[in-house]
Design a protein around this ligand. Structure first.
Ligand SMILES: [Zn+2]
Ligand SMILES: [Zn+2]
Length: 205
């Protein structure tokens, strides 16, 4: 099995299924690692900025090691298929913008079928047709020429320092620990966000 094939299987195992969105993240992550001449992240040397929270982000996490938990996966909720990666060691960055033609927006038959499947009204044979089309599209995304898949641009941007360790405070209202930078104040005492937002109790009349 090739390295690429092994990586794809890892990504599918993590995500739970093979799909076109996963293929998009897979290609973007591989291009980024190549462009930055980087290996999978160990200690937050890499940073991934993802502009969507779709399937592809799982592939980015597995391949680049930029993860939500480590704090070097930054989500910007722009609804765009754009992935930007930075390497702290080399100071290099690369922006990968996926081209729109991948989404079959211009194919009304496919869009109708998709809607049926997602709303649970599709017949078994329609589901099967959808599955086959998705499989085809996944393969297409994985094998199409890179220039058709995306644009690749070098970027320079100041990246904030590595995630810091924060102190914890005790919420004066529920008694649970809360990271200092997330604590709020309520009635002059430290509070966690849920407690700070809790409406005043008692009769207000
Ligand atoms: Zn998926
Ligand atoms: Zn609390």
């Amino acid at each position: 099995m090739t390295e690429e094939r092994k990586d794809w299987e890892k990504v599918v195992a993590f995500h739970g299924h093979s799909c076109p969105g996963l293929a998009v993240g897979f290609r973007a992550a591989r291009i980024a690692l190549r462009e930055l001449a980087a290996e999978r992240d160990v200690d937050e040397e890499l940073v991934a900025v993802v502009e969507n929270d779709a399937c592809g982000v799982d592939a980015v996490q597995v391949l680049t090691g930029c993860t939500f938990g480590k704090g070097n996966l930054w989500f910007r909720d722009y609804g765009k298929h754009v992935f930007t990666f930075f390497c702290r060691n080399s100071g290099r960055g690369v922006r990968i913008a996926v081209k729109g033609s991948l989404w079959r927006e211009d194919d009304p038959d496919f869009q109708e079928l998709r809607e049926k499947v997602f709303s649970g009204t599709a017949e078994p044979e329609e589901k099967e047709r959808f599955r086959r089309l998705q499989e085809e599209r996944t393969r297409h995304i994985l094998t199409m020429p890179e220039g058709e898949f995306c644009t690749v641009q070098a970027v320079q941007e100041e990246i904030p320092p590595k995630a810091k360790i924060f102190r914890s405070l005790t919420c004066a209202f529920c008694g649970e620990q809360v990271a200092e930078h997330r604590a709020r104040w309520r009635e002059g005492r430290p509070a966690c966000i849920p407690c700070a937002q809790e409406p005043e109790k008692g009769c207000k009349c």
